[in-house]
Design a protein. Structure first.
Length: 364
C-alpha cells in the first residue's frame, strides 16, 4: 500500500511538472480584455508555423490584416473571393478565438468598380446604397454566428473633425455611416458593430466621433464599441491625450477597443514631406537595420508599458487590445510610410521573442 502511494505521488508530481503551463498573454490579461492580433495570408494558410504557434499560444482574438477588405473579397460586381476569408474564419473557429471582421466600409482598398457605372460616371446615391447593402449583407450572412464583431466604418473622419472627402461621402454625404450601420444590424443582429479610426487622440476627430456615436444611438441603431487603432510612434501620442479620448468615447456608454496597436521605433516621417531618395536620407530614416539598440529599445518598452498600464487602468471600458501583426517581421510598418525599413513595432521580435515590457504582466 505504502509503495503504491509513493508511486502515485511520483506520478502526480511528474504530471504536475509536465502540465505546468508557461505564462501566456491571453491568461495574463483575461480579467481585463481579449488580446488580439491581425493575421496575414501566411498565417491563415498555416505556412508561418512559428507565427501560428505564437498566435495560438498568446492571443485569443484575431482580425484579418487584408483578406476581408473590399478589393480582396469583392473585386468586381457580382464576383466574390471568399477563399482566404473562409480559411481565416475556420482558423478562428477551430482555435476557439474571438473573430473580428475588418472592414465593411473604408475609402482605401476598395475596388474601383464600386463607385462607378459602366460609362465611368459616379453612381447615384441609390446605386451606391444598393451596393453597400449587398456587400454588407453578403459577408455578414455568410459568417453569421462565427464573426463576433465588425469594423463597420473605418477611417471616416480627418484631423480637423470634418468628414473625409471619400467617394462614400461625395456620393452619400454623412448618411453613409448610419446607413452602413443599419445594413449591418439587419444582416446579423447578434454581431457587435464598431467604428474604427486612427489618430483618435486628436481633439477634432475625437469630438466628431462622440457626435456620431450619439447620433447613431439617438436613431436607435446598434453601436457597441469604438476602435482606437493605436498606430503610435516614439513621440506621439501622449498617454494623457489618448486617455482623454478613451474617456470621451466611453462617456457615451459604449466600449473602447485598441484595434491596431503598434509603435514605430524609427524616426517619425512627416507624411506631407517629399521623401528624398538619397542614401544619406535613407540611412537617417532607417537607422537600425541590424537590431534596435538598447537606448531606443528602453524608450520604446517604457512607452508601450505606459500604454498597456493605461488600458489596464480602464479595463472596465476597454474590451479588446489587438496588435496589428504578430512579430516585427510581418509588420506593415516595415514598408509604410517608407518602403524597406527595419521596424520594431510589435509585441514579438523577429525571432518571436516577447518584448521585455510584457514580462512584468506575465509574472504577476
Ligand atoms: C494595412 C495592412 O497592414 C497592409 O498590409 C496593407 O497593405 C494596407 O493596409 N489602417 C487600417 C488597416 O485600418 O486596414 C491598415 O492595414 C493599416 C491602417
Amino acid at each position: 500500500m505504502k509503495r503504491f502511494l509513493l508511486a502515485a505521488a511520483v506520478v502526480a508530481a511528474a504530471a504536475c511538472t509536465t502540465t505546468k503551463q508557461e505564462p501566456t498573454l491571453k491568461d495574463a490579461f483575461k480579467e481585463n480584455f481579449t488580446i488580439g492580433a491581425a493575421i496575414n495570408e501566411w498565417q491563415i494558410r498555416g505556412l508561418d508555423t512559428l507565427g501560428v504557434q505564437t498566435l495560438t499560444k498568446h492571443f485569443n482574438s484575431i482580425v484579418a490584416e487584408n483578406c476581408m477588405k473590399h478589393e480582396e473579397i469583392h473585386p468586381a460586381e457580382g464576383v466574390w473571393n471568399f477563399e482566404l476569408a473562409d480559411k481565416f474564419v475556420e482558423f478562428g473557429v477551430h482555435n476557439n478565438m474571438e473573430i473580428i471582421g475588418h472592414c465593411l466600409v473604408w475609402h482605401s482598398q476598395t475596388a474601383p468598380w464600386y463607385f462607378f457605372d459602366d460609362k465611368g460616371q459616379l453612381v447615384t446615391p441609390e446605386v451606391l446604397k444598393a451596393r453597400i447593402k449587398d456587400h454588407i449583407t453578403t459577408i455578414m450572412t455568410r459568417y453569421k454566428g462565427k464573426i463576433h464583431g465588425y469594423d463597420v466604418v473605418n477611417e471616416a473622419i480627418v484631423e480637423d473633425g470634418s468628414y473625409r472627402k471619400s467617394l462614400f461621402y461625395q456620393i452619400l454625404g454623412e448618411e453613409f455611416i448610419p446607413f452602413a450601420f443599419e445594413c449591418a444590424r439587419e444582416a446579423d443582429p447578434d454581431a457587435e458593430l464598431y467604428l474604427n479610426d486612427y489618430g483618435m487622440n486628436v481633439p477634432g476627430r475625437r469630438d466628431t466621433y462622440v457626435k456620431i456615436i450619439k447620433d447613431l444611438q439617438a436613431r436607435g441603431l446598434r453601436i457597441d464599441a469604438i476602435g482606437m487603432q493605436g498606430h503610435m510612434g516614439m513621440d506621439y501620442p501622449t498617454v494623457e491625450e489618448f486617455e482623454e479620448s478613451l474617456l470621451a468615447f466611453a462617456g457615451t456608454g459604449i466600449k473602447v477597443m485598441i484595434t491596431e496597436w503598434d509603435m514605430s521605433a524609427l524616426p517619425t516621417v512627416n507624411m506631407g514631406a517629399n521623401v528624398a531618395d538619397t542614401e544619406e536620407y535613407q540611412a537617417k530614416l532607417n537607422p537600425y537595420p541590424d537590431g534596435l539598440p538598447e537606448e531606443p529599445a528602453a524608450i520604446w518598452n517604457g512607452r508601450m508599458k505606459d500604454f498597456m498600464d493605461l488600458f489596464i487602468k480602464h479595463s472596465d471600458k476597454v474590451q479588446r487590445v489587438t496588435a496589428w501583426g504578430i512579430s516585427d517581421r510581418d509588420s506593415w510598418k516595415n514598408n509604410w510610410p517608407v518602403r524597406g525599413r527595419t521596424e520594431y513595432p510589435l509585441l514579438f521580435d523577429r525571432d518571436y521573442e516577447m518584448k521585455p515590457f510584457l514580462n512584468e504582466y506575465l509574472t504577476k
